[in-house]
Design a binder for this molecule. Structure first.
Ligand SMILES: N[C@@H](CCC(=O)N[C@@H](CS)C(=O)NCC(=O)O)C(=O)O
Length: 368
């Protein structure tokens, strides 16, 4: 399940970012009669090619992204692949035999053919399409084994990286022992070379090894730890499927809404001053406004429950900690302070002993 989660995160944070820009330029814009921005196409075509090289290597070892069985990790790619196959971008896929075979296999699935049939009918083709409602299955965050034997956890990262901090916080909440291997992404490029890229072929931190399992993508790692070590430390994912679904909703909100804005503000107001770069005030202003609107939704939601996923602290809350901690050292704190429920929630989660350990680790790394 952990590998399926990894490739779901890759689709969501790496593939989708680039593929959706290409799809907008080459599919949507022509439909709307807008002019294609060739520079955007060229830049993203190059990016997508590099991403697909990693897919090609992955698919040399397994039929599907998550292993030998078709999973949500493959399914999530279908809409955009389908769109891009109608454009010149198809050549990027065709040039890679494993990727090409994988695309052919997933596009030929009867469920996907039904989607195409519905699309055609909406555009005035086939009529009376009957869609069968699928029986719900356990979500990607479900399923646990109490028989798991820990074989030694190694976390590769840097204490200042927000995604790495998510994983440290999770390991601390779970009271798990682990070895922390510092990867200096600022002054070295060890993360772009072997042996690191054997763990994360995208050359980014964090990466984690648990015995012979190799994982990357912070949110996939935290979900793996929460599920595998369900009975150790703080329960971070509820067992009840409905409660679990609410936690999943807010995990996605953090990943796709909160983090998109908060990470830009952190980059401008925290990272740039450290590296002596000039802050782009226009980016700050635009994202400050956006974050204010996002936090209005949080304020209303937190009027009804103590934490984002319900009455218990969960991964949904934990994933917000690094960005909140960084933004609390900037003028953006005022956005949070102006909202009583958000403010009480932040105070509560920032005071957790596991988070204090993350902050300690950051302090120690600057003392050296
Ligand atoms: N979506 C990834 C993002 C990982 C990421 O952006 N890591 C940064 C450090 S914060 C990195 O490794 N940057 C180096 C690079 O991209 O070369 C996750 O959540 O794990």
């Amino acid at each position: 399940m952990a590998l399926v989660s990894v490739w779901m995160e890759v689709e969501s944070h790496t593939f989708q970012d680039t593929a959706s820009k290409l799809s907008y330029e080459l599919v949507i814009k022509p439909m709307l009669g807008s002019t294609i921005d060739e520079a955007v196409v060229e830049q993203n075509q190059e990016k997508l090619d590099k991403i697909l090289e990693v897919y090609e290597a992955r698919l040399a070892g397994s039929k599907y992204l998550g292993g030998e069985e078709f999973s949500l990790a493959d399914l999530h790619h279908l809409p955009i692949i389908n769109f891009l196959f109608g454009t010149k971008i198809k050549a990027l896929f065709n040039g890679k035999p494993n990727v090409s075979a994988w695309c052919a296999a997933i596009l030929a699935r009867p469920a996907w053919e039904k989607v195409i049939c519905v699309l055609r009918s909406l555009m005035g083709g086939v009529e009376n399409v009957v869609l069968e409602v699928p029986i719900s299955r356990p979500g990607p965050y479900g399923g646990r084994s109490n028989l798991y034997i820990a074989m030694g956890i190694k976390l590769y990262g840097h204490p200042f990286s927000a995604p790495v901090q998510k994983v440290i916080a999770c390991l601390e909440e779970k009271h798990l022992e682990y070895e922390f291997v510092v990867i200096d992404i600022i002054s070295t490029d060890q993360h772009k070379q072997e042996p690191f890229i054997s763990i994360n072929p995208f050359g980014q931190i964090p990466a984690l090894e648990d015995g012979d399992l190799k994982l990357f993508e912070s949110r996939a790692i935290t979900q793996y730890l929460a599920n595998t070590y369900a009975n150790k430390g703080t329960p971070l994912i509820p067992r009840d499927p409905k409660k679990m679904a609410i936690v999943s909703v807010w995990i996605e909100v953090e990943s796709h809404t909160f983090n998109q804005t908060a990470s830009k503000l952190t980059y401008e107001l925290v990272a740039k001053p450290i590296f002596g770069k000039t802050i782009d005030e226009a980016v700050v202003e635009q994202n400050q406004e956006k974050l204010g609107q996002i936090l209005e939704v949080y304020e209303a939601h937190l009027a009804g429950s103590k934490y984002l996923g319900g009455e218990e602290f969960s991964l949904a809350d934990l994933h917000h900690l690094p960005a909140i901690n960084y933004l609390f050292g900037t003028k953006i704190k005022a956005l949070f302070d102006g909202k009583p429920n958000v403010s009480a929630w932040c105070a509560d989660i920032l005071a957790r002993p596991a988070w204090e350990k993350v902050v300690e680790r950051m302090k120690h790394s600057t003392e050296k």
